[in-house]
Design a binder for this molecule. Structure first.
Ligand code: A3P
Length: 346
């Protein structure tokens, strides 16, 4: 299996480009700097492109992927907002789709030694690297099926994604926990990569509620995929983090059926489903050396940043009653009449 390598651009120079806005790619500089902007969480500015917020470098990656990425019928695209369970989804789908080549009982399973973030690359991050080859690497065992992740909203996916028969799995998470997770993650990245202090919690909350977080507004991002999953259920599978936590095995079976690789009777009897969900559980992955002390390929940041608590309802330890009510009201107003709901117990 081809595990991606960091051959073209070193972590540090990519990070430097990411943080320095003067390093905009020439061809996009004018169009990016004329967009509406506001102070970024990590970078000096975030830019609003067609209603969604981006760091300039990832906007460049998004635009470049729109121009260059050719989806194939057999591609599997994993889409999420940051902090909604991307790492978990990557692990689950990797283990699920490669289970013949890598039985989960094997001591040499790639998930035991490679971060899920590095096993499945992010589309726009990949294209944000200027020296990347035009073809997305084949990431899977048989050289045909590609596993690709993205944070792009449905509306901004490369056109070929809609035109091909490739499938998308989307995971969303209740916005209160997502916000708390995002705030912790951004603070960690600010400290580790940029040497900045924490973003004051009320300031971060205000930005999030205005939709000004990466790939936000969260409501438009979620609704785009939600509506598509209703219209086109064989194309988009829409899952919720909280329900996956409650019933991981049932969700694995749903994913397998959706991807047309259902578990055989023999696999069911052999405990393969439980084996995958155990391997990919928070407890298992977060205790692996690679995820405790390893560094990511793209930025060289600590892999442990992707594993904090992995719990439902941690917002209760952070949000005031007033804040929780405000976010609930936003959710209610934005999702009204769409059928998309979050269980109030979350
Ligand atoms: P918390 O910060 O609430 O703990 P992403 O992968 O999209 O960056 O999301 C990160 C969030 O998912 C973090 O949430 C992280 O702890 C949680 N997470 C990571 N791996 C997980 C797993 N295997 N199962 C459940 N949650 C997981």
């Amino acid at each position: 299996m081809a595990v991606p390598s960091d051959s073209n651009t070193s972590n540090s120079s990519f990070l430097h480009q990411f943080l320095q806005e003067s390093c905009y790619p020439e061809e996009l500089r004018d169009s990016i700097i004329s967009l509406p902007k506001e102070e970024g969480w990590l970078t000096p500015h975030m830019y609003n492109y067609r209603g969604f917020w981006f760091d300039s470098k990832f906007l460049y990656g998004a635009l470049r992927s729109q121009q260059q990425f050719q989806a194939q019928h057999s591609d599997i695209i994993l889409s999420t907002l940051p902090k909604c369970g991307t790492t978990w989804l990557k692990a689950l789908v990797f283990a699920l789709t490669t289970r013949k080549q890598f039985p989960v009982s094997q001591q040499t399973h790639p998930l035991l030694t490679t971060s899920p973030q590095d096993l499945i690359l992010n589309l726009e991050f990949f294209y944000a690297r200027e020296n990347s080859p035009p073809n997305f690497p084949t990431m899977n065992n048989n050289g045909v099926m590609r596993l690709i992740s993205t944070h792009l909203p449905l509306e901004l996916l490369p056109k070929s994604v809609g035109e091909s028969k490739c499938k998308l799995i989307y995971v969303c998470r209740n916005p209160k926990d997502t916000f708390v997770s995002f705030w912790h993650f951004m603070n960690k990245m600010r400290g580790e990569l940029v040497g900045l202090g924490e973003i004051p919690f009320p300031e971060a909350f205000d930005k999030y509620c205005r939709g000004a977080s990466h790939y936000g507004p969260f409501w438009d991002h979620m609704l785009g995929y939600w509506m598509e999953s209703l219209e086109n259920p064989s194309k988009v599978l829409f899952l919720k983090y909280e329900e996956m936590k409650k019933e991981p095995d049932a969700h694995l079976r749903r994913m397998a059926a959706f991807l047309e690789c259902p578990f055989s009777e023999e696999e069911e009897e052999g405990g393969v489903v439980g084996g995958i969900s155990r391997l990919c559980s928070f407890e298992s992955l977060s205790n692996l050396e690679v995820n405790k002390t390893g560094k990511g390929l793209l930025f060289g940041n600590s892999n442990n940043a992707y594993f904090r608590k992995g719990k439902v309802g941690d917002w209760r330890n952070h949000l005031t009653d007033e804040m929780a009510t405000k976010l609930d009201q936003i959710v209610e107003e934005k999702f009204k009449g769409t059928g998309l709901k979050f269980n109030s117990d979350y």
